[in-house]
Design a protein around this ligand. Sequence first.
Ligand code: SF4
Ligand code: SF4
Length: 416
Amino acid sequence: MNPDFHIKREAGKCVACGLCLPHCPTYNLLHDEAESPRGRLSLMLALAKNDLPLSAKLESHLARCLDCRACEKACPSYVAYGRALDSARALIESQRAASARPANRSVALIQWLVEKPARMRRLGKLLRLYQGTGLQWLLRKSHALRLAGLNGLDAAVPKLQARKNFAEIYPAENKPMGRIALFTGCQAGLADQEVLTASIRLLNRLGYETHVMPEQGCCGALHLHGGQTVKAAELMRRNIAAFENGSDTIVSVASGCAATLGEYGKYLEDDESAENFSGRIRDINQFLADADWPENIAFHPLPKRIAVQDPCTMTNVLRQEDRIYALLGKIPGAEIIPLPENNVCCGAAGAYHLTQATIAEQLRAPKIDHLRRLAPDILVTSNPGCAGFLAAGLREAGLTIEVMHPVTLLEKQLKT
Ligand code: SF4
Ligand code: SF4
């Protein structure tokens, strides 16, 4: 992971045509060239070439980037913007290392927590106590969270269910179709529990024996996009080792994780096992939509309006948002409505809603307005970060729209 090399290679491809500008949410919001992909690429290049020193201003322009990669999708010169940005943040972190000052303490804490599954389990215990004893209600009511600057963090955590320990193998329940390995990541005991359970049930019904590798952990996205490349590589290698036995397809239920897992091969250059690992990754929506469905599987009708939010990782990185609509189309009677302006990031963007709360809320506001106007019964999104951030916005707006993963909804309608 040589940051200078990647910045120079990718930013060097930019011909400054400006075709990406209308696709950039921060440029559209702030109307400043330095908040556009073209402007940021020129700043990164100047930093990598030592033409510009690292300054708070330069750092802030790069920190305000959502890493949504809408510009990358629009670029006719194939600039790998995401790669350039991750490299620039790594370069900044390496220069900052001397001061040993983290860029943001909340992000540093989250990065520390996700590094070890045992820390996430302990966090889950604490959060369940916090939510179950009424402490959360009390602190929210007293505005103490807002005063302590913890309201964003608190709002992003969904209501947790009782902890579930996943078995290592779930046998197929139909004509055997093969083995699948399920990526549970760092959130297995927290927000993703329901969708992991739903995914296992659907995979089993389709005939797939499902394996949950116990040694796996965080995909490394938070570290990678925060410039912590050494730690990110360590987390990547742990997952590669955890899934090394067998040639199974690896299915991820969170599109954000699937996007990162699918790029291990690009980040761990010259590592054949990383390339092999990435080649096995499928997003759950993609896998289920492309699978052969036995005739003995049917769904209960659902005469409800279902709004669909397309996470940036699904549209700009995996580029498979159509699979979500194909899956939801299996539910008889459901009215499926794509959320208007689905091509624009909702503002969650990993830890962005914590570090750049004002811009994040400005990006979320039109989504909430669309939801108020459309009045769906359910909002589905395949990324837990978007789900938590949008659910918090709906709560604040006093809207009672249930937020869930498309696969959770599909499984709820499954006929036994
Ligand atoms: S990644 Fe998103 S926010 Fe960042 S420059 Fe590209 S389009 Fe703009
Ligand atoms: S579209 Fe590509 S080449 Fe054109 S300005 Fe944007 S990044 Fe540069």
